[in-house]
Design a protein around this ligand. Structure first.
Ligand SMILES: *[C@@H]1O[C@H](CO)[C@@H](O)[C@H](O)[C@H]1NC(C)=O
Ligand SMILES: *[C@@H]1O[C@H](CO)[C@@H](O)[C@H](O)[C@H]1NC(C)=O
Ligand SMILES: *[C@@H]1O[C@H](CO)[C@@H](O)[C@H](O)[C@H]1NC(C)=O
Ligand SMILES: *[C@@H]1O[C@H](CO)[C@@H](O)[C@H](O)[C@H]1NC(C)=O
Ligand SMILES: *[C@@H]1O[C@H](CO)[C@@H](O)[C@H](O)[C@H]1NC(C)=O
Ligand SMILES: *[C@@H]1O[C@H](CO)[C@@H](O)[C@H](O)[C@H]1NC(C)=O
Ligand SMILES: *[C@@H]1O[C@H](CO)[C@@H](O)[C@H](O)[C@H]1NC(C)=O
Ligand SMILES: *[C@@H]1O[C@H](CO)[C@@H](O)[C@H](O)[C@H]1NC(C)=O
Ligand SMILES: *[C@@H]1O[C@H](CO)[C@@H](O)[C@H](O)[C@H]1NC(C)=O
Length: 817
């Protein structure tokens, strides 16, 4: 292999690998994450600003690893197996603002490698085996964040130069090996200023030199799980005296729940720390009663979470605005304790086990009360809130049962948000209960086991914007009128309400509605939308209903700004009659939510297929085929009718013949001969033929249509029954008129068919006048008959006349049995 092929191969390989990087924003943002790459693909444009190169293989970092990427700001090199970083590594990417080196087993960290990065703001060195914060960061004057968690750092001491970094605001030292903090190590914090967050959680702190944090101002200090023992914590908190911190987080880091043996003064150190907000993630149970709040009386925001507290003592909070008591297994809402707290604005008491709501007395500022996720069971709510005239937010969701009696929201006139979801609410649905809540904007009564029977239930909620009533039930067509006066409503959730049908006027006045959720009902149509005035609607969910199709006129009237239309999980009828609808689905996938879940219903659920895969062309073919077939059918029918009309007598004859043929022999011949003749020849027949034959000896009984046909019977049946079938012989009087007469031709043809069916039948032809041979061909069979058989020719000559009658008589009698 020569050099050319090698480089060609490398280039080829590089391009294909580069293409494997995902483009997130053209020219700006690329992700090569997890591609097993050992170089930066040349396909990455030099304009790139954000490059995620995590989970690749870049063992040795040096200048040549990175091409010149002058615009690169964010470089993520997490878990790239980097061991070695040379001084000049970032020379070509010197404008980085964020460098992430998480999870690399770095053994050599070039002391000058960060010097080129004078724009760096975030440096993430989590889990890189770092043992000290003494990095050469002289040039990182814009640094804001230094994240060095999960390393082996033993000292919080920062390089002294950092005290000049004006923007520095976060030092994350979680999960290191810091066991001791001495006053000289905190000097830089003291100088940095008031905006810094210091995270020391999950360190084995054993000793803090008292006063080490004196006069230090921090924005946040996180010391959750930062001490080796509770004794170390008690001493540590005391050593923090003089610290000023806006937000103090203490307690346990995560769910490492413990029973601590401790003394009652466990949290006493807090009394000497100045904090505004305290977050205590307790997760521990003390074997002695502790007054948790004792040193929190000056705090403004207090959160205690995850503890086992039996009761809250009466705490004279001075300035408290927000109190959060979450997941503490408390069985009583601290009504007495918080009553008369004139500063309290927000009380969150959730995920506890309280069963009752106490009276809240004299709390003029209380705006927000969250009692969700408790065990509250009440027969009569909500007279407890008489002392809370400012209450705007009341959350009673996720409780077992709350009963509402007369005027339940009296004194809560300022309420804006009311949440009862997943709490069984007794007493709503029959009456209007909200008439005084004219400021209510948000009402959630989802899954509250309510059956609405009264259309005035929401009477008075003239400002309501959000109404969630999912999982309830509407009696009759109450749903069609219930919302009619909520003219400001923007969001209506009626999912899973077993609604079968909605009246066209249901949402007539909801002209501001933006979201309508009807998921999981039993609707068959959305025709109610066709008449609506929902111009603002952008989201419509009718998935999981029983909709088989939507007529074109409804689709055409859908709101113009609709951008989220969920139609999935309906039994869509994909027959060819619905091609307009399916075509609409295929063309409007941009507004359809999860169009891949819109399935065409077939007989077996396993063969249902995506509506977007429906083959409309097959319907076009089918349609064409149907048209062609219908045209053919019509043609055939028309042809057949013409034929039937033309040959109606033959058909009739056939029918009679077939029915007659079934009983041969039963027919008694009543005439000797049936005479077929043209009425123009009637004179000859009456004067000559009848005269000579009927009055001769023996007399021959002739069947003559004008004399012997039965009245009231059709001519055709007469011809057949009386004439042809009722006579033994048939006499055909051939003349010019005979040939011209359709009736005569017909009779003759019938006679011949009898002759063919019954061998003993016989036809005697009398030529009354000469007829051109050409003309005899007009009568079916006559020409052939004349050629094959002898016939009698009438003549006026008396001698041959006599012979004629003798021969005729013989011919008739000859076969007479
Ligand atoms: C990653 O690439 C190296 C060669 O660069 C190769 O030996 C290894 O098998 C690759 N690993 C994976 C998972 O593809
Ligand atoms: C790396 O840079 C530092 C100072 O920036 C210097 O002291 C050191 O000698 C350099 N190391 C190498 C291998 O060039
Ligand atoms: C430090 O940054 C300045 C520009 O901010 C630059 O001129 C200087 O070379 C950098 N120092 C080193 C050691 O790279
Ligand atoms: C943590 O630091 C102590 C000394 O303070 C040392 O003995 C110990 O080995 C260190 N632990 C680790 C995991 O490096
Ligand atoms: C404090 O830091 C935050 C970012 O963490 C920043 O937005 C804010 O401007 C800083 N304030 C001061 C006074 O430096
Ligand atoms: C609360 O503040 C008052 C006055 O500012 C002070 O005297 C008192 O010691 C403080 N209490 C605690 C527990 O910090
Ligand atoms: C009410 O509380 C529940 C549970 O804590 C929460 O999920 C819900 O969002 C809250 N409701 C409102 C309107 O904030
Ligand atoms: C809606 O308002 C009108 C006029 O104010 C009133 O007549 C009607 O009863 C109201 N309907 C409901 C369901 O509240
Ligand atoms: C539809 O959306 C556009 C752009 O967001 C907006 O200007 C227009 O007013 C909306 N139309 C209606 C009827 O709300």
């Amino acid at each position: 292999m020569n050099f050319f092929t090698v480089s060609a191969f490398i280039i080829y390989f590089s391009i294909s690998a580069g293409e494997s990087c995902a483009k997130i924003t053209e020219n700006l943002h690329y992700s090569c994450m997890g591609r097993n790459l050992s170089y930066i693909p040349p396909s990455i444009p030099s304009s790139v600003q954000n490059l995620d190169f995590s989970f690749n293989v870049l063992k040795h970092l040096q200048k040549t690893v990175f091409p010149v990427l002058s615009y690169l700001q964010v470089l993520d090199l997490s878990r790239c197996q980097i061991k070695h970083i040379e001084n000049d590594t970032f020379y070509n990417v010197k404008n980085l603002t964020t460098l992430i080196l998480t999870g690399n087993p770095i053994t050599y960290f070039g002391p000058g490698c960060l010097n080129t990065l004078s724009n760096l703001r975030r440096l993430v060195l989590v889990d890189v085996g770092l043992s000290s914060l003494q990095l050469q960061m002289n040039n990182l004057t814009k640094l804001q964040e230094l994240r060095v968690g999960t390393n082996n750092i033993q000292s919080v001491s920062l390089p002294s130069i950092m005290s000049t970094f004006k923007d520095f605001s976060l030092l994350d030292l979680h999960a290191n090996n810091i066991s001791m903090i001495k006053t000289d190590q905190t000097a830089v914090f003291r100088e940095i200023g008031r905006n810094m967050t210091l995270i020391l959680s999950r360190n084995p702190l054993f000793y803090i030199e008292p006063g080490a944090f004196k006069d230090i101002y921090l924005r946040e200090l996180d010391i959750r799980s930062a001490f080796v023992s509770s004794a170390a914590q008690k001493a540590g908190l005391q050593a923090l005296y003089g610290l000023n911190v806006k937000r103090l987080m203490l307690g346990k880091y995560r769910c490492d729940y413990k029973i601590s043996s401790s003394d009652a003064g466990y949290l006493d150190g807090l009394c000497y720390i100045n904090f505004y907000e305290v977050f205590y993630y307790m997760k521990e149970r003390h074997n002695v009663p502790i007054n948790i709040f004792h040193c929190m009386v000056n705090a403004t925001i207090v959160t205690v979470k995850g503890g086992i507290i039996r009761e809250t003592a009466n705490v004279p909070f001075h300035e408290i605005k927000e109190l959060y008591l979450i997941s503490n297994q408390l069985d009583t809402v601290p009504g007495k304790q918080v009553s008369h707290l004139h500063t309290l604005e927000k009380l969150v008491f959730t995920d506890n086990v309280a069963t009752q709501i106490p009276d809240f007395i004299d709390m003029p500022r209380l705006q927000y009360l969250d009692l969700s996720s408790n065990q509250i069971t009440l027969t009569s709510c909500c007279t407890f809130f008489t002392g809370t005239p400012q209450l705007r937010y009341l959350n009673l969701s996720l409780n077992p049962q709350i009963g509402l009696t007369m005027e339940p929201f009296d004194g809560l006139d300022s309420l804006e948000i009311l949440d009862f979801h997943r709490t069984r609410v007794v007493g709503m649905g029959y009456r209007s209960l909200f008439s005084n809540l004219k400021y209510l904007k948000h009402l959630d009564i989802s899954y509250s086991s309510i059956t609405f029977v009264n259309i005035y239930c929401f009477y008075g909620l003239s400002n309501l914007k959000i109404l969630k009533t999912a999982g309830n039930h509407f009696q009759g067509d109450v749903a069609s009128y219930l919302f009619s006066n909520l003219t400001l409503l923007e969001h209506l959730d009626m999912s899973y309400c077993r609604v079968v049908e909605l009246h066209p006027s249901s949402f007539k006045n909801l002209q501001r509605l933006r979201l309508l959720n009807l998921r999981g009902n039993n609707l068959m149509t959305i025709d109610f939308l066709a008449l609506q005035n929902l111009k603002k609607l952008t989201s419509l969910y009718v998935n999981e209903n029983s909709i088989t199709s939507i007529p074109l006129h409804v689709l055409q009237k859908l709101p113009t700004n609709l951008s989220e239309f969920d139609l999935s999980s309906n039994p869509i009828d994909c027959s060819c009659s619905q091609t307009d609808f399916i075509l609409w689905i295929i063309q409007n996938q941009n507004i359809l939510k999860q169009p891949e879940y819109i399935f065409c219903k077939t007989l077996s659920p396993s063969s249902d297929f995506r509506a977007t895969d429906f083959d409309i062309d097959s319907c076009v073919h089918k349609k064409r085929l149907t048209i062609v077939l219908s045209v053919c059918f019509v043609t055939v029918v028309v042809l057949l009718s013409l034929l039937v009309y033309r040959f109606q007598f033959y058909l009739q004859y056939c029918c009679i013949l077939l029915s007659g043929y079934r009983t041969p022999g039963q027919q008694e011949c009543s005439y000797d001969a049936f005479v077929i003749f043209s009425s123009y020849d009637e004179v000859w027949v009456m004067n000559e033929l009848m005269e000579n034959l009927e009055n001769g000896v023996p007399p021959i009984q002739l069947c003559l249509h004008m004399r012997d046909f039965q009245a009231g019977k059709s001519i055709a049946s007469n011809i057949i029954d009386e004439g042809i079938m009722g006579s033994r012989k048939i006499i055909v009087v051939v003349s010019q008129h005979f040939i011209d007469s359709a009736w005569c031709r017909f009779e003759f043809e019938l006679a011949q068919s009898r002759f063919m069916l019954e061998r003993n039948a016989n036809i005697i032809i009398i030529i009354l006048e000469d007829v051109e041979e050409r003309k005899t061909k007009k009568v079916f069979g006559l020409h052939k008959y004349l050629k094959k058989n002898t016939y009698l020719k009438w003549s006026r000559d008396p001698l041959s006349n006599m012979r004629f009658w003798i021969r005729l008589r013989k011919a008739i009698i000859a076969t007479k049995k």
